[in-house]
Design a protein around this ligand. Structure first.
Ligand code: DGL
Length: 274
C-alpha cells in the first residue's frame, strides 16, 4: 500500500485555513495535513522564544506524520521561527525535508503592485515588531519605502466572531488611519496575517479606493506551485490523493465550528497532543 505523504500546513489556529483554501484551489491533486495549534493560540502576542519553540514542536509532529514539506501558514511563525528552523534545526532533524513560510512569497511580488513605491504592512504585534516584512522587502526591492502597523485587536475580533460588529469597525478604522498617517503615499498594503481575509470588507470600507490590498492566499498558493515545479525530487515524494486531514491541539468540536468560516466548507478535525 502506498504511504500517504501529505503536504503539512501549519498555523497557530484557524487562520492558516484561509491559505489552505487557496492552496487546495490551485493544487487540488495533493494530500494535505492541516495542524492548528489552537490550544496555545494566539501566537501573535508571544515572545520570539515561545513562538519558535511551539512552531518547532509542531513541525516535528508534522514530519512524524510523514510530511516531507511543511508550509508555515502563519505570519507570526514565519516571522519568528522559520529562519532558525531552516538554518539550525532542519540540517539536524530532517535534512531532506523542507519548511516554507508565507512572508517571502509576498515580499517577492509586492514591488509589482506599487506605483508610488510606498508600501504598508498590517500584522500582529509579533510580526510587525520582528521587522520581517521590511527586511525581506528590502532584499527584493531596496527602493521601496515600508511602513507598518500592528493590529493587536484584529485576531481576537475574528476569533470571537466579532468581525462584522461595530467594535470591529472601530479598531479597523483606527489602525488603518494610523498606518496611512505614517505615509500619505502608500498605494499597496500587505495583509500580513492569515486572519485578515475575514475582515476584508471592513478593511476596504476604510481604505481609499486607489490602494491595492494584497491578500496572501493566491500569492502563497502560486509560490508553492512554482516551488513544487522547481523541486521535482520533493514533489514526487508528496502523495496525490486529494485528501485533506485536519488536526487541532484543542477540542475538535470547537475547531470544526469556527474552521468552516475560514475554510469556506465544513471541516471535521481530530485532536492531537503535542
Ligand atoms: N495566524 C497568525 C498570523 O498569521 C495570527 C494568529 C495568532 O496570533 O496566533 O500571524
Amino acid at each position: 500500500m502506498k504511504t500517504k505523504k501529505p503536504i503539512g500546513v501549519f498555523d497557530s489556529g484557524y487562520g492558516g485555513l484561509t491559505l489552505l483554501k487557496e492552496i487546495v484551489k490551485q493544487l487540488p491533486e495533493y494530500d494535505y495535513l492541516y495542524l492548528g495549534d489552537n490550544a496555545r493560540a494566539p501566537y501573535g502576542t508571544r515572545s520570539f522564544e515561545t513562538v519558535y519553540e511551539y512552531t518547532l514542536q509542531c513541525v516535528k509532529q508534522l514530519f512524524a506524520m510523514d510530511c516531507e514539506l511543511v508550509v508555515l501558514a502563519c505570519n507570526t511563525a514565519s516571522a519568528k521561527a522559520l529562519r532558525t528552523i531552516q538554518q539550525k534545526d532542519l540540517p539536524k532533524i530532517a535534512p531532506n525535508k523542507r519548511v516554507l513560510g508565507v512572508i517571502r512569497p509576498t515580499t517577492e511580488v509586492v514591488g509589482q503592485y506599487s506605483k508610488t513605491g510606498h508600501i504598508g504592512v498590517l500584522g500582529t504585534t509579533g510580526t510587525i515588531t520582528s521587522n520581517s516584512y521590511p527586511i525581506e522587502i528590502s532584499k527584493f526591492y531596496p527602493e521601496l519605502k515600508v511602513n507598518q502597523e500592528a493590529c493587536p485587536m484584529w485576531v481576537p475580533l475574528v476569533e470571537n466572531n466579532e468581525f462584522d460588529s461595530e467594535g470591529a469597525d472601530y479598531f479597523i478604522q483606527k489602525n488603518i488611519n494610523s498606518l496611512l498617517s505614517k505615509d500619505k503615499q502608500i498605494d499597496t498594503i500587505i495583509l500580513g496575517c492569515t486572519h485578515y481575509p475575514l475582515l476584508i470588507n471592513k478593511i476596504k470600507k476604510y481604505l481609499p479606493t486607489n490602494i491595492t490590498l494584497l491578500s496572501q492566499g493566491e500569492i502563497v498558493a502560486e509560490s508553492l506551485a512554482d516551488y513544487l515545479q522547481r523541486h521535482s525530487e520533493l514533489e514526487q515524494k508528496c502523495s496525490k490523493g486529494g485528501i485533506i486531514d485536519f488536526y487541532t491541539t484543542d477540542a475538535p468540536e470547537n475547531f470544526d465550528k469556527a474552521a468552516s468560516l475560514f475554510f469556506g466548507k465544513p471541516v471535521q478535525s481530530k485532536h492531537l497532543d503535542i
